[in-house]
Design a protein around this ligand. Sequence first.
Ligand code: FAD
Length: 115
Amino acid sequence: QLGNATIKAELGRSSWKLLHTMMGRFPEQPTTDEKEALKSFIYLFSRLYPCGECATEFQSILEKYPPQVSSRVAASQWACAVHNIVNQRLQKEIFDCGTVAEKYKCGCDDEGITA
Ligand code: FAD
């Protein structure tokens, strides 16, 4: 059904945007607690993602490609890579992960010197 496909795609775009933007704001040198928080978030996200078939597929991707949370770059590159795996499955274009840092800005007024 076309209507449902449109809604599912919109949810996907919003979700990816949030995920990539979060990675872009993740500390460059995270504490153990921050690493654990991101890892938990990703696993909970994969359980609670509203599109059930998407969630199931994403969980099996996580089994093969566990979240990388050691740094901002590691997390951003991991998210880009798993998004590309979903892209590939859905026969979409593969995204150049060299450009994620500049693409996903949060517009926050506390970006500081590392933004
Ligand atoms: P999207 O894939 O939503 O991407 C949005 C924008 O992000 C792109 O236009 C591009 O500018 C940028 N982008 C593209 N690739 C990357 C990347 N690798 N890294 C960073 N930025 C990138 N849909 C289904 O039909 N079946 C599924 O099983 C399914 N599983 C999903 C699982 C998850 C966890 C999520 C978040 C979404 C899933 N979706 C699924 C939705 C699907 O991935 C798309 O979001 C949706 O089809 C809309 O696609 P789009 O072409 O607009 O671009």
